[in-house]
Design a protein around this ligand. Structure first.
Ligand SMILES: Nc1ncnc2c1ncn2[C@@H]1O[C@H](COP(=O)(O)OP(=O)(O)O)[C@@H](O)[C@H]1O
Ligand SMILES: NC(=O)OP(=O)(O)O
Length: 313
């Protein structure tokens, strides 16, 4: 049954705010679920997606650190699937608890999601996606000299390993996700942008990359015909002249104005720019669709049009 339908993309701070232990991440997601339940209570059909940059980078490091014949290191696509399972499990626990507390008769389920990409995507030759922990410039340079890895400075916070980040083409599990959403199941999918794969001779092959979750969430929102794409991050609004005395919050903004701001370089590549590009693509995909960019604690107000940045065609 078709109800008002929303895809909610969870940013890094919804999963990990500080410690990377399982207990700390479960706790962060429990708090996230307290906000998400408010949206579910409004009667929305909800599909949730999430990032995995810190987690997939840590899983990869654990593989490298314990690589042996008995415990062989897993490749990045498998690490991506592991991160989906891990975060999906924590989020299931968190949402389950809230659904029980509210006495809502709804199921929650998490889907390991494969996202088709073009194996010849230029992105494979230019790694841009930061994953895992932060390093000093000195540590990063040392690792680049000894290992076949690339590091890049990440938004003034230190150096991080970067991996290729191809564009999503399609989502292999989109039909089953849509069926579950139709049945009012709260579905967690497309985690970490989905596991990047391609198909050849009727076989599926994984690729060593991490897809941007904002782009993949936009693809999902189109494929399951959502009305709203909500991107939750650390800031309440998208701003022009961000972090300057002239900083101004954008409340409701059209795609043409947003494109002009993007051309002016108002949005940082690798952080706000992918969200802006996803918002434009979704708002342009069909009349009446909107994208909301806001913080977790403003999510409900933003749905009601009282907070956040709302992007419309
Ligand atoms: N123009 C802008 N307006 C708002 N935030 C911006 C802008 N440019 C860069 N940012 C930064 O982008 C961040 C969101 O990107 P990021 O941290 O990568 O997202 P995620 O929540 O998905 O992990 C914000 O917390 C903010 O620091
Ligand atoms: N895959 C992805 O985009 O993860 P982050 O949002 O954590 O960077």
């Amino acid at each position: 049954m078709r109800g008002k339908r929303i895809v909610i993309a969870l940013g890094g701070n919804a999963i990990q705010s500080g410690s990377a232990t399982a207990i700390a991440q479960q706790k962060a997601l429990n708090q996230t679920a307290e906000q998400l339940i408010e949206i579910i209570k409004q009667g929305y059909q909800v599909a949730i997606t999430h990032g995995n940059g810190p987690q997939v980078g840590n899983i990869l490091l654990q593989q490298i650190q314990s690589d042996s014949e008995q415990t062989p290191a897993m490749p990045l696509d498998t690490c991506g699937a592991m991160s989906q399972g891990m975060i999906g499990y924590w989020l299931e626990n968190a949402l389950d608890e809230q659904l029980q507390k509210e006495g809502l008769n709804k199921e929650v389920a998490s889907i390991v999601t494969r996202v088709e990409v073009d194996p010849t995507d230029e992105a494979f030759r230019h790694p841009t996606k930061p994953i895992g922990p932060f390093y000093s410039e000195e540590e990063a340079k040392k690792q680049m000299q000894t290992d076949d890895v690339q590091f890049r400075e990440d938004a003034g916070r230190g150096f991080r390993k970067v991996v290729p980040s191809p564009q999503p083409v399609s989502i292999l599990e989109h039909a089953v996700i849509k069926t579950m959403v139709n049945n009012d199941t709260v579905v967690i999918s497309t985690g970490g942008g989905g596991v990047p794969v391609y198909r050849q001779d009727n076989k599926i092959f994984g690729l060593e990359a991490v897809i941007d979750k904002d782009f993949a969430s936009e693809t999902l929102a189109e494929l399951i015909q959502a009305d709203t794409l909500m991107i939750l991050t650390e800031v309440e609004h998208v701003y022009t002249n961000y972090n300057s005395p002239q900083q101004q919050a954008l409340h409701e903004v059209g795609v043409e104005a947003l494109k002009r701001f993007a051309e002016e370089g108002q949005f940082a590549a690798g952080s706000m720019l992918p969200k802006i590009r996803a918002a434009i693509a979704f708002a342009e995909s069909k009349l009446g669709r909107k994208c909301i960019i806001t913080s977790l604690n403003k999510a409900l107000e933003a749905i009601e049009g009282r907070a956040g940045t709302i992007v419309k065609a």
